[in-house]
Design a protein around this ligand. Structure first.
Ligand code: C2E
Ligand code: MG
Ligand code: MG
Ligand code: MG
Length: 294
């Protein structure tokens, strides 16, 4: 694109070389620097997991959590995944990041299980990890090494990963299931629209994307239909991105069982999450109380 822009600029008789060149090289330099920093960060284990509680029902019992990766950057503080996951994917670092993420999640889940908590912990998989031949062996090794019981671990995948055209996604999901892991379909409704795969693939949970959860009243029938689909297909519906009490009330009325969102809590470090589990801390959201199940 940059070449094309320079070419078009020249053809138009403008001095685009001096206009585009610095921008481009600056961008490249920033990208290369970020890539170097990411390699450093992986080597020095600067990634950590935050946990966002998943709650059930009216009372707001914590029944699980989603693990969300954060980069503890030496100068910039906490960095969000949107800033580094795409580059990790592009430069071949996502597998190593994914291995570290799963290892941290499995260790944490083993510790929580040992402490008597029964939480469903979910971990996100990127498309590259999902396609990787080594994924199953990696997961199996990590489960064995950490002593994490797979039954309460859930892998979150997205619709786009299922459209490879052959039967590999199905075989991968079946193999994951055979390891004892369960599968959640994340961001449901934002991707591929062929619903046939819901029947073909072994999902246990369907996470309704926040764009439906946050829909205006006029757009609500779509979300209602998704919840109906879940009950017909025996999938556990989880609403993500619940920000208001009225969204929560409406979804409860529809039969949604589990909720995540800023109404209850943002993703937080493990020690804060444990504080919630241990203490029955009240969270914001119209006096809704949050408490631990154990
Ligand atoms: P996701 O899996 O759909 O995760 C939900 C995102 O929504 C998280 O952003 C979470 O902080 C945010 N969120 C939760 N509640 C609310 C709410 O009420 N309102 C709004 N506006 N947002 C809410 P986060 O942590 O920045 O992660 C973004 C995406 O990065 C994730 O989307 C997931 O696709 C990816 N990701 C995060 N952690 C990992 C990881 O460990 N591995 C991989 N491969 N991807 C990850
Ligand atoms: Mg997710
Ligand atoms: Mg999601
Ligand atoms: Mg997502």
């Amino acid at each position: 694109h940059a070449d094309l822009a320079m070419y078009q600029g020249k053809a138009a008789g403008r001095d685009t070389l001096s206009f585009y060149q610095p921008g481009l090289s600056e961008q490249l330099r920033a990208r290369t620097q970020l890539e170097d920093e990411l390699r450093e960060a992986l080597a020095h284990r600067q990634f950590e997991l935050f946990y966002q509680p998943r709650l059930a029902g009216w009372a707001g019992r914590i029944v699980g959590a989603e693990a969300l990766v954060r980069w503890r950057h030496p100068r910039r503080g906490w960095v969000l995944p949107a800033e580094f996951i795409p580059l990790c994917e592009a430069v071949g670092l996502i597998r190593e990041l994914g291995r570290q993420v799963f290892e941290m999640a499995a260790r944490q889940q083993a510790a929580w299980t040992a402490a008597g908590h029964r939480l469903r912990l979910s971990v996100n998989l990127s498309p590259t990890e999902f396609r990787d031949e080594g994924l199953l062996a990696d997961l199996q090794n990590t489960l064995a090494r950490t002593g994490c019981p797979p039954r309460m671990l859930e892998l979150e995948i997205t619709e786009s990963m299922l459209i490879d055209g052959d039967d590999r996604p199905l075989r991968t999901l079946q193999a994951l299931q055979a390891l004892g892991l369960s599968i959640a379909l994340d961001d449901f409704g934002t991707g591929y629209s062929n619903l046939a795969y819901l029947q073909r693939f072994p999902f246990s949970t369907l996470k309704i994307d926040r764009r439906f959860v946050q829909a205006s009243p006029a757009e609500r029938p779509l979300c209602e239909a998704i919840v109906g689909l879940c009950s017909a297909m025996k999938l556990r519906p989880v609403a993500e991105g619940v920000e208001t009490a009225s969204q929560h009330d409406w979804l409860l009325g529809l039969g949604v069982e589990e909720f995540q969102g800023y109404l209850f809590a943002r993703p937080m470090p493990a020690d804060e999450f444990e504080h919630l589990l241990g203490g029955g801390v009240a969270l914001p959201g119209e006096g809704r109380e949050i408490s631990a199940q154990s």
